[in-house]
Design a protein around this ligand. Sequence first.
Ligand code: APR
Length: 297
Amino acid sequence: MCGQWHSADGLGRKSRRPPLALLVLSVALPVRTGTIFPVVDESNLSEAVAALKRAVRVVVSSGAGMSKESGIPTFRDALEGLWARYDPAELATPEAFQRNPDLVWAWYIERSEKLCTVQPHAGHYAIAELEGLIPEVVVLTQNVDGLHVRAGSRDVVELHGNLERFKCSADCRGRPTVIDLSTISYSKDHAPPCPYCGARVRPDVVWFGELLPPEAVERAFEEARRCQVMLVVGTSGAVQPAASLPVEARRAGAVVIEVNPAPSFITPTAHIFLQGTAGTVLPRLVAALRAEQEESP
Ligand code: APR
């Protein structure tokens, strides 16, 4: 698969795809690149608004904290995070699925079904509203909950897949061989067989040690290099390759704005740190941008 990447544009030009190590989902803490300034005040908000006002291309890069106020737990919060209560090695690796497919299936089906009971919050809607204020907005998300799309964001790149989509674990009819669960019979506690080849059906999410969808990761790095502002929301920055996106954006000259209630591994890379939750900071930020644009277009 990697071979085809050397000339992705078909013109013999060398692709700028990230190196292989950055295509696999892995916990790898990025190098700290600066000083932490976890102070948020009105001047930070004004600086962020000014950067957004100047921008033509904005990338929003979101993680689990983005959806917390919708009632979806994060992964690494000390008490409530999913990985504080469950072992990722037992639930989120291909080996775990091979060992105990029914356990993994039951866990994901439960999380998938929960999505029917949650809604996007004001922060998701604020991001969707950005599209009316800035010429080009792309959302790169590690989240598998589909809430950005449900809130109205139109250009969403799902780096880690989607919890509402399922596929054949052997991808017997090409990558991915999507299986519509409404067309097969299954129970919550037994991973059903693929209707084409009999291999187990699994969620179409990226597990640790797996490659991210190549087009998604390529687009993400390309957008990171092209944007003037990257707004990073609700990620610890502990997981690659998404953790490298702000570094890439900053290196290419973008202003990096982080929204998070607590400093993260992204914070040293951020130019502006807006301390607070997605549901409170983002609506304020977008309202301030709208007001500023109305005042002096
Ligand atoms: N608003 C914004 N950020 C929040 C909020 C909130 N309401 N609540 C918590 N946060 C922040 C936390 O401070 C933390 O920095 O969200 C971040 C959540 O970090 P993680 O749980 O590590 O989630 P994430 O970075 O998205 O994890 C990446 O790890 O297990 C894998 O594939 C899984 O996509 C996931 C990846």
